[in-house]
Design a protein around this ligand. Structure first.
Ligand SMILES: CC(C)(COP(=O)(O)OP(=O)(O)OC[C@H]1O[C@@H](n2cnc3c(N)ncnc32)[C@H](O)[C@@H]1OP(=O)(O)O)[C@@H](O)C(=O)NCCC(=O)NCCS
Length: 208
């Protein structure tokens, strides 16, 4: 048996073959990578000021990300596939935030208005399929159907939170520092822990 047993039929179906892989390599090497390297260098090198937030937003928009009014984008914010990310107005992305949508439409990341995402938070918009067949490679098994992350308006995601694919974070909720969110979060609740559980509900009245 080979060192990495893979069902041959399956591998042949999924792996890109010549000349497709050659053209992908050409595109990546001479078109995508230089442009990405430039914009990522700029996004990383710029320090946090409102002006630089604007400049970072311009570069991310050039790469297809939809960003609303007045974003605040700190250093070292990493966006995996900007064209599959949508961010509302007055959103705050702190240092080391990672937004990692998948390549498919249903694996997008959508963030509402007035959302704050704390230092080091990671939003992981896609999951690899884990095949039942133990001989099949996870590498070539594709992604699950339950993808994407939606963060509704007026949410605070604290530092070092991890949000897994398929979760919706309800409006007005808070995800406490270090939580790993694996299920939807109800509106106006505070959740925390691994996996994230209800800490308490916000009980105040709505003024309008
Ligand atoms: C979310 C947070 C604000 C909670 O505030 P709160 O509602 O006032 O909560 P409390 O401090 O009253 O604690 C309520 C309960 O939740 C628990 N709790 C608080 N923070 C928690 C966390 N991060 N993970 C798990 N449980 C937590 C407390 O231990 C307490 O449990 P108990 O009732 O069993 O004693 C706060 O804990 C937090 O996560 N702060 C980090 C903020 C941050 O990341 N700042 C960086 C800038 S973006």
């Amino acid at each position: 048996m080979s060192k990495h047993p893979v069902s041959k039929d399956f591998a042949n179906q999924v792996k890109p073959r010549f000349p497709v892989n050659f053209f992908c390599w050409l595109k990546k090497t001479f078109i995508t990578s230089p442009f990405q390297t430039f914009s990522e260098f700029y996004v990383r090198a710029a320090r946090y000021t409102p002006f630089n937030s604007k400049a970072k937003a311009v570069l991310l928009r050039m790469r297809g990300m939809k960003i609303g009014k007045m974003p605040v984008i700190y250093d070292c914010v990493w966006v995996g596939l900007p064209s599959n990310v949508k961010v509302g107005d007055y959103v705050n992305l702190s240092r080391d935030v990672l937004l990692a949508p998948g390549a498919q439409k249903h694996e997008s990341i959508e963030i509402g208005n007035e959302v704050m995402i704390g230092y080091g938070a990671k939003l992981l918009g896609s999951d690899h399929q884990i095949p039942e067949d133990l001989n099949e490679s996870i590498r070539w098994s594709g992604h699950t159907a339950a993808g994407g992350i939606v963060v509704e308006d007026n949410v605070w995601i604290c530092a070092n939170v991890v949000i897994t694919a398929g979760c919706r974070i309800g409006t007005g909720s808070v995800v406490a520092a270090g939580a790993v969110v694996t299920k939807n979060v109800e509106p106006y609740t505070i959740v925390g822990g691994i996996p994230a559980k209800l800490i308490r509900r916000r009980t105040g009245k709505q003024s309008h």
